[in-house]
Design a protein around this ligand. Structure first.
Ligand code: CTP
Length: 416
């Protein structure tokens, strides 16, 4: 038998989590079964996860489950022999604290500043940013006391996620109270770890992704192989850095990232109109989409039938979005374009940098292995306006490329 080595690159830790310590608090609610998966996701993303459970939480999920998932001891008691200073050490070591689920009782105790168990003591002792993820029965969430506690906790500087609406436990019907999915919480913890001190915090970032589609008739279209992986990775990374992100996207093969405002479009002219509208309020535009350069000159109102003979479709050139929306750019906005080239790659990239009045252009050489449309990796060269030497980056995941691009966007923004 012949064994074929996998060519898949194992995903390195996501940047905000690598070597960071996250204190994961678990209060006693049924949603804590989902927190086990969150612990796994945090560890997989590269974080060192210290789990602190309330006594009630251990009634729902065993401490051993969290120990196995995080590979670290789980902390439960404030008064365990020899562990009296755990709360100070854990609180000091944490780069971020997340409590999921934050039950009604936990919220009440946290809002009152109590420190009667290890988790509430850690909350008072930490200086790290804190995210609370409320989850409870819908009537308990709607109760004026819980709502008042939520307002107060926000005033104290804690971040709170709103519970999802949906099926609650034990046939309790549906209503707001459900804990958001672990993947959503993971994204918010990423933002908690990353958005301090970023030049993108509070800025408006406009990103495009994916292909566009140009109708031939009601059932057919012209398009390309763009999946949207690069653009969505940039949108996710910009949101993590604290930006308000709008993603203008054609039909994507990947999910819309958490926290991002999504404006779906179909054709290149729809994408152009959306960019024209959004640009005046944007501090940066990252044009990662692959808009179709041509569209059929005539769109047939009814389905084209076979004729038994060869046929051709006349094409009209689409507007270039980057060039045609130049006058809508805000003064000082940073504009990033991409170039996918097969020949004269460097000369073509430099020409596009000038012709489209860009600050940065990210060159994909289509001849390189591991670069291109439907793969998770990319090998790019970045040209920055005003610098002679382009920067050639190694083969990276698209998440790493996204962070490399945004580091340079931040540098340009800081210089303005
Ligand atoms: N782009 C655009 N509007 C289009 C086509 C492309 O704004 N109608 C943007 C892309 O999003 C990308 C950059 O322009 O950021 C370069 O895209 P590319 O397809 O490489 O270049 P083109 O200008 O279309 O040139 P060519 O196809 O001739 O290489």
């Amino acid at each position: 038998m012949r064994l074929v080595a996998s060519t898949r690159v194992t995903e390195p830790p996501l940047r905000p989590f690598a070597t960071r310590r996250v204190l994961l608090g678990v209060a006693g609610g049924i949603a804590s079964y989902k927190t086990a998966w969150l612990a796994r996701l945090l560890s997989k993303a590269g974080a060192e996860v210290d789990v602190v459970m309330t006594r009630a939480a251990t009634e729902f999920v065993g401490a051993v489950t969290f120990e196995a998932l995080t590979g670290r001891p789980v902390h439960t008691g404030l008064f365990d022999p020899g562990r009296a200073l755990d709360h100070i050490q854990l609180a000091r070591a944490a780069h971020a604290v997340v409590v999921a689920p934050a039950t009604a009782d936990f919220m009440a105790r946290a809002a009152a500043g109590q420190a009667d168990d290890l988790l509430t003591a850690c909350l008072l002792a930490t200086q790290a940013p804190v995210l609370l993820v409320p989850a409870m029965n819908d009537r308990m969430w709607a109760h004026k006391q819980t709502q008042a506690n939520a307002v107060h906790l926000r005033q104290l500087g804690y971040r709170l996620l709103d519970p999802d609406e949906g099926m609650l436990a034990a046939g309790e019907g549906s209503g707001p109270g459900r804990m958001p999915e672990p993947e959503t919480i993971l994204a918010h913890v990423g933002r908690l770890l990353e958005d301090r001190g970023s030049a993108l915090a509070g800025r408006h970032v406009l990103v495009t992704a994916g292909p566009t589609r140009e109708a031939i008739d009601p059932v057919r279209f012209l398009s390309n192989h763009s999946s949207g992986r690069m653009g969505t990775a940039i949108a996710a990374a910009a949101w993590r850095r604290g930006a308000e992100v709008t993603l203008v996207a054609g039909p994507l093969a990947v999910a819309i990232p958490v926290g991002v405002r999504h404006l779906p479009v179909e054709s290149t002219s729809e994408m152009q109109a959306a960019i024209e509208r959004e640009l005046p309020a944007s501090d940066a535009l990252v044009m990662a989409a692959a808009p179709a350069d041509y569209r059929p000159a005539d769109v047939s109102a009814s389905k084209l039938k076979k004729t038994g003979a060869a046929r051709s479709i006349a094409l009209t050139e689409n507007p270039d979005i980057l060039a045609s929306t130049r006058s809508a750019r805000r003064n000082g906005a940073v504009v990033v374009g991409f170039a996918l080239e097969t020949d004269d790659v460097v000369a073509n990239a430099r020409r596009k940098l000038d012709a489209k009045a860009l600050d940065l252009i990210v060159l994909n050489d289509a001849n390189e292995a591991g670069a291109g449309f439907a793969v998770d990796t990319n090998r790019v060269t970045i040209f920055t306006r005003g610098t002679d030497e382009p920067e050639r980056l190694p083969l990276l995941t698209k998440h790493e490329v996204a962070d490399a691009i945004l580091d340079r966007v931040e540098a340009v923004l800081r210089g303005r």
